[in-house]
Design a protein around this ligand. Structure first.
Ligand code: FES
Length: 132
């Protein structure tokens, strides 16, 4: 027996050119397990990664200014602005801080033909009214 449910359509996130290597993140809205929240996408070592903007320590957004997540030294770490948790930007794993051993929630992304999209799933849905 096959699963005949259609996969949710890819959601547009941004143009590839908007994501500079280890630069400012692009923020986007989504719904996680029924709760509206924001995600963010970065380009790390040429690859686009995206996570929920929610710290593993406390359920708060982490950016210092909108889209400003990375450490000032070498832009390797996503640093939570609340208590300084350090997440590996490439994997989302917390390496230091009050949630060491924890991890950010990844959002699946696809980059194709100069565009970046994210893939909805059971826990991740587009916001009502479409992308913003
Ligand atoms: S809320 Fe992020 S380190 Fe505490």
């Amino acid at each position: 027996m096959t699963d005949e449910r259609a996969a949710p359509p890819l959601q547009p996130l941004c143009r590839s050119a908007e994501l500079a290597e280890r630069g400012r993140a692009v923020l986007f809205d989504l719904v996680h397990r029924g709760e509206p929240m924001r995600g963010f996408a970065l380009r790390i070592d040429g690859r686009v990664v995206a996570y929920l903007n929610r710290c593993a320590h406390r359920p708060v957004e982490m950016d210092w200014q909108p889209g400003d997540f990375l450490d000032a030294l070498d832009q390797r770490w996503i640093v939570c602005s609340m208590h300084g948790a350090h997440y590996d930007a490439a994997t989302g794993r917390c390496a230091a801080g009050p949630c060491a051993g924890g991890a950010l929630t990844p959002v699946p992304v696809i980059e194709l033909d100069g565009r970046v999209c994210w893939q909805p799933g059971a826990d991740l849905q587009p916001p009502p009214g479409g992308p913003r």
